[in-house]
Design a protein around this ligand. Structure first.
Ligand SMILES: [Zn+2]
Length: 332
């Protein structure tokens, strides 16, 4: 700025002793001014289109919620798609590239991504998104965890849920807790838009509550219903609607059931008159189907992740679809 003012004064003083050479000199100074003004215009444009926060999540559910809270202030990308088993994700080099340029990193936690996400964070060379830093968000904080950590179980015994059951997002009320954790993280990283994130969170909360009310109404006739699931991933969901999972086909989460276990489950379903066997699209549907067929129960493949089916293209739609499918399966 100072140098430009000086240039102007210089240009004016030159006019007093006008000649061809001074005219050329003025022209040169004028060109400098033009460059200066175009720079101002360019920086103005940059300001108008401020870069969005780049948010990387480990799941499509977290990505969908982050989009609702961050809206046009964020660009959100999930490292996985909705049809993947989040316990077993093959880490790809582009995960590290994305984490490297992320402003915010959000994960489910409770060891769900323990096989791949810690490696991504370690190798990303981005200290802002490491656990404990402003750009890191673990979404379960505040969730009432089912099966909290037990001393006697560990991963070497094949159990995938040693930190407690990590499949908490299909419960609509946990969706509100996740949204709150994401809101707080966005505010930490981008304080200037505090109010914007608060408002989006309030709106999202109202939408979830409306879905919950509708689903509660839909499932009210089935209160107290007992169900079976393949993997321990439906408990938060069915508990919210006052139903329960009384046993799982997997004796331990992540362990393939033995033929003896399969026979036991067929008998168990018959004896207890269980109507529905739940399985997710990424689990062993063949075994679940065999057990359902032989015991006379109905098999329900429930898309409990955003993007697991065509109609679960957002977290809110996933909540609606799971409620509707559960009610339909239990009606018959
Ligand atoms: Zn699991």
């Amino acid at each position: 700025m100072k140098s430009t003012k000086q240039s102007l004064l210089k240009s004016l003083s030159i006019i007093r002793t006008f000649s061809i050479s001074t005219f050329l000199h003025i022209l040169q100074e004028f060109k400098k001014l033009l460059v200066y003004f175009s720079m101002i215009t360019f920086s103005g444009l940059l300001f108008a289109g401020l870069p969005k926060l780049y948010v990387v999540t480990t799941s499509e559910d977290l990505a969908s919620i982050a989009r609702q809270i961050g809206k046009d202030k964020v660009e959100v990308e999930s490292l996985t798609n909705g049809s993947m088993d989040l316990h077993f994700v093959p880490a790809q080099p582009n995960f590290i590239v994305k984490a490297n340029r992320a402003d915010v990193f959000i994960e489910v936690g409770l060891d769900l991504e323990v096989g791949w996400s810690p490696r991504v964070l370690q190798q990303a060379r981005n200290t802002n998104i490491l656990p404990g830093q402003n750009g890191y968000c673990v979404a379960f904080q505040g969730v009432d965890i089912l099966l909290p950590p037990q001393q006697e179980v560990n991963r070497s015994m094949g159990d995938l849920h040693v930190q407690g059951n990590p499949h908490y997002w299909p419960d609509p009320l946990n969706g509100i807790i996740i949204a709150k954790n994401i809101r707080d993280t966005l505010i930490r990283v981008d304080r200037a838009n505090d109010k914007y994130y608060q408002e989006n969170y309030q709106k999202f909360t109202r939408q979830i509550k409306n879905i919950l009310v509708a689903n509660l109404k839909l499932l009210a006739p089935h209160k107290g219903e007992k169900l079976i699931s393949y993997h321990q991933e439906f408990d938060y969901l069915v508990n919210r609607y006052k139903m329960s999972i009384t046993d799982n086909i997997e004796e331990k989460p992540g362990v393939l059931p033995s033929p003896a276990r399969i026979r036991y489950m067929i008998d168990y379903i018959r004896k207890n008159k269980i109507k529905v066997v739940l399985v997710s699209p990424w689990s062993n549907i063949a075994i679940a189907r065999q057990i359902a067929n032989e015991s006379g129960a109905k098999l329900l493949v429930l898309p409990i992740q955003t993007g697991a089916s065509d109609d679960t293209d957002s977290y809110l739609n996933m909540l609606k679809v799971t409620g509707k499918l559960l009610a339909e399966a239990l009606k018959k």
